[in-house]
Every structure is written in C-alpha cells, then in structure tokens.
Write a protein that binds this ligand. Structure first.
Ligand code: CP
Ligand code: NVA
Length: 305
C-alpha cells in the first residue's frame, strides 16, 4: 500500500480485497485470538472536529492491536497557535508510528502526510471520509455477498459532502452503481466521476430510488458548515430518505447512514428505526476495517501472521 490513506485513490482493487479479508478475519477472531501487530507502537489521533464513532473505534482498535493511542485535541496543540503543519509533522514523526487526523482542510492533511515520515490516515476532512466508506462497502459485502456492478446504491442529500465524494471514489473502485440524488446547487463534482458510466447525478429523488438495493444518507449540515443551515434545510428537504422512497426500491432494500443521524431531517424516524436499517452493523464495521488499515499501513510485515 502507499504510505498514507488520505482518500480511496490511495487504495488499489487488490488492496481493497486485502483490507476486507483482514477486517473479516479480525471481526471473526475479536476477543478469541490474540493479534498484536502494533505492539510497541504509538498512534496519535488528532481531532479538530467532534467525533463519537471515529475516535472510539480508533482508540479501541489501536489498543486491541497491542498499540497505544494518544487522543490529541487539535485546539490544545501548538498548531492551533501558529506552529506550521510541516513542523508538527516532523516532530510527531520522531515520537509516533502513525497519525490519524480529523480536521477541516484536506490540503492540511495532504501537507501533514507529505512532511511526515510515518503513515497518516484521514479520519475525515471537509472533502473526504475514506474510513467510513470502507466500513460501508464491508457492510454491503456482508449483506449482499459482494459490492460490484450488481449492487445499486442511491445516496440522498449533499452531493458535494465528504461522504458523497468518498462514495464516488468507492464506486470507481468497486464498479457499484451509484446514483447521487441531490439538488442542482449541491450536485456532485462531475470531475470526480467523468468517464465512469456506473456513477450519475439525479435531481429527482423518486427516479433515483428505482431498483435501489441500498439507500444512504448523511446530515444536511456537515461539521464546519453550520452558518449555511437555513439554506441547506430548505434545499435538501425534498431529499429525505423515507418510507415512500422504499416503495420504489427493491423489496429487500436496506438503509445505510454514516451517523450521527437526525430523524425527521435527512431520514424519517420510521426508516432509521426499521429492520431495513443496518446502520449499527455499519458503525461496528468501522472498528474492524480500521484495524485492518492500521495493520496494513503500520505493520505490513505482520499482516499475514
Ligand atoms: N461516522 C462518523 O465518522 O462518526 P463520528 O463523527 O461520530 O466519528
Ligand atoms: N458529512 C458529515 C459526516 C459526519 C461523520 C460531516 O462532515 O459532519
């Protein structure tokens, strides 16, 4: 694998298979078979934004792999007081074996990775959230047995969000059929899917639901976009994932959400809390898939053991 995981562009198809094979094994063997490839290694978790799943799954995951996780609140670091990203990268590379970072600017994470001599894992930027989407694809593979051109997903809401962007990159890798149902104002960036006939934008929420296997949505107001709340609540309102959309989909269609969810906004309470909702399996898979990624990036020689 490349040194870092910044977006799914950093993962080849073969590496994707390797990640899922290891993640499935770690999931099966969790609590039964000791596996400590990160023994003696320390991983810094830098967070500039809120988190429940990402923080806890990385802290627990590093610990289960035998390593030590350090939670670093970015607002309490010197980088928040003018120290450069590059100097931070050089210093942390002297102490740590890997960095997991959640922040606003994707360019900052690219710079951190460029200057650091240790692997950097993107735990969400304004533009991408690769760890989430790896867990989503793992979940689809568990439910459908595969995630390829035979699977159709419709994502509803912000077509330019970190989740939408990363889903597009995942569809490029897997071949899954992906429809992004979004209003014109927040339609996906065409440059991301130019040349990929399995990926398209659809403004009509009902048309996007036809024949769908998986509905996916995300909050209408992502972290850092709070001042746009009024505009966003208005333009995304027709794109709520609700029972009416499921009527148009495959009979056994399922519901995915990266979480946190806002019932009554991007998803109806009825869908979120129905048996069609597999969001907690999806959240659990964050742990397993990230343990696989940590092993492959930080202890590649250990991954076959
Ligand atoms: N889905 C996700 O990344 O959740 P957190 O913001 O709670 O980490
Ligand atoms: N798009 C959301 C994802 C949260 C996991 C956000 O960036 O806030």
């Amino acid at each position: 694998m490349k040194k870092d995981l910044l977006t799914l562009r950093d993962v080849s198809r073969d590496e994707l298979e390797e990640i899922f094979a290891l993640a499935a094994r770690l999931k099966r063997e969790r609590g039964k078979v000791a596996y400590t490839p990160l023994a003696g290694k320390s991983v810094g978790l830098i967070f500039a934004k809120s988190s429940t799943r990402t923080r806890v799954s990385f802290e627990v995951g590093v610990g289960e792999l035998g390593g030590r996780a350090l939670y670093l609140d970015q607002s309490k670091m010197q980088v928040g007081r003018g120290e450069t990203v590059a100097d931070t990268a050089r210093v942390l590379s002297r102490y740590l074996h890997g960095i997991v970072i959640r922040t606003f600017s994707h360019a900052d994470v690219e710079e951190l990775a460029r200057e650091a001599t240790i692997p950097v894992i993107n735990a969400l930027t304004d533009e991408y959230h690769p760890c989430q989407i790896l867990a989503d694809v793992m979940t689809i593979r568990e439910y459908s047995g595969r995630c390829d051109e035979s699977v159709k997903m419709a994502f509803y809401g912000d077509g330019r969000s970190n989740i939408a962007n990363s889903l597009i990159l995942s569809a490029r890798l897997t071949g899954m059929q992906l429809v992004i149902a979004a209003p014109e104002e927040e339609r996906p960036d065409e440059a991301l899917y130019a040349g990929y006939s399995n990926i398209r934008w659809e403004a009509d929420p009902r048309k996007a639901a036809e024949g769908v296997d998986y509905f996916y949505t995300d909050v209408w107001v992502s972290m850092g976009f709070e001042e746009e709340k009024a505009r966003r609540m208005k333009i995304f309102a027709p794109y709520q994932v609700n029972e009416a959309l499921f009527e148009l989909a495959k009979p056994d269609a399922k519901f995915l959400h990266c979480l946190p969810a806002h019932r009554g906004e991007e998803v109806s309470a009825g869908v979120m809390d129905s048996p069609r909702s597999i969001v907690f399996d999806e959240a659990e898979n964050r742990l397993h898939v990230q343990k696989a990624v940590l092993t492959m990036l930080l202890a590649p020689a250990e991954r076959e053991k």
